[in-house]
Design a protein around this ligand. Structure first.
Ligand code: GDP
Length: 200
C-alpha cells in the first residue's frame, strides 16, 4: 500500500469524542522520544504530519489522521516522562486505557520500543496490560540504524527471552528505522491486509 493522502482530522482527550468508528483504525504508542512521530512521518511520507519534538509530554492528545480516505492512523500520547507530574500521568493513563479498551474500530496497536535499550519496566507493564485486556498489538522496534545487524539480533533475542516469561510466544514485531526508511513496507502491508480482511 502507498499512502497517497494523509489528513489530520481531530485531537481529543476522550475516546468518546473521536471520529465516528466507521473505518479501520491503527494506533501508535510508546515512551516519549521513542521515535513515534518520525515513524508516522515515514509511513505517511509527510515530513511533518506528526510533530517531532524532544519536548517532554508534548503530544498529550489522541490525534486522528485519515489515510487514503479509508482508515484512521492514531498518534497516541507518549508515556514515561518522569518530569510530568503524577496527577497528569494518571489522567493520560486513564485517557489512553479507555481509548484502547473501548475504541470499537481499533484493529491493532503498534507498541514502539527503542531497539537500543533493555526492556523498560513501563514498556513491559504496558504490554502486559494490553495482553491481559485482549488488546491486539504488534511491537515496532525503532532506530535500528543506530545498531549493527548483530546488535539488532542480540537485542531482539533478549526481548524474546524476556517476553517468554509473560507470553507463550513473542508477539509479532517489526524492526524499523525512520532514518533508513526500514520497515515501512512491512507495516503498511500488515495494515493493508488487516483492512482487506475487515472490509471483505
Ligand atoms: P517521539 O517523541 O516518540 O515522537 O520521537 P521523535 O520522532 O520526535 O524522535 C525523537 C528523537 O529520535 C529525535 O531526535 C529523532 O530525530 C530521533 N529519531 C527518531 N527516529 C529515529 C530513527 O529511526 N533513527 C535515528 N537515528 N534517530 C531517530
Amino acid at each position: 500500500m502507498q499512502i497517497k493522502k494523509a489528513d489530520f482530522v481531530i485531537s481529543n482527550t476522550d475516546y468518546k469524542r473521536c471520529p465516528k468508528p466507521d473505518k479501520p483504525e491503527y494506533a501508535f504508542i510508546g515512551r516519549s522520544n521513542v521515535g513515534k512521530s518520525s515513524l508516522i512521518n515515514m509511513l505517511t511520507g509527510q515530513s511533518s504530519l506528526a510533530k517531532t519534538s524532544s519536548r517532554p509530554g508534548k503530544t498529550q492528545l489522541i490525534n486522528h489522521f485519515l489515510i487514503n480516505e479509508t482508515w484512521y492512523l492514531v498518534d497516541l500520547p507518549g508515556y514515561g516522562w518522569a518530569s510530568v507530574g503524577k496527577e497528569k500521568r494518571d489522567s493520560f493513563s486513564i485517557m489512553i486505557k479507555d481509548y484502547l479498551l473501548y475504541r470499537e474500530n481499533l484493529l491493532c496497536t503498534f507498541a514502539l520500543i527503542d531497539i537500543r535499550h533493555e526492556m523498560q519496566n513501563n514498556d513491559a507493564e504496558f504490554m502486559q496490560w494490553l495482553g491481559e485486556n485482549g488488546v491486539p498489538f504488534v511491537i515496532i522496534f525503532t532506530k535500528a540504524d543506530k545498531l549493527s545487524q548483530p546488535q539488532i539480533q542480540s537485542q531482539v533475542a533478549q526481548y524474546k527471552r524476556k517476553m517468554a516469561h509473560l507470553w507463550e510466544e513473542m508477539p509479532q514485531y517489526f524492526v524499523t528505522s525512520a532514518v533508513e526508511h526500514k520497515g515501512k513496507t512491512e507495516i503498511l502491508n500488515l495494515i493493508q491486509q488487516t483492512n482487506l480482511l475487515k472490509l471483505s
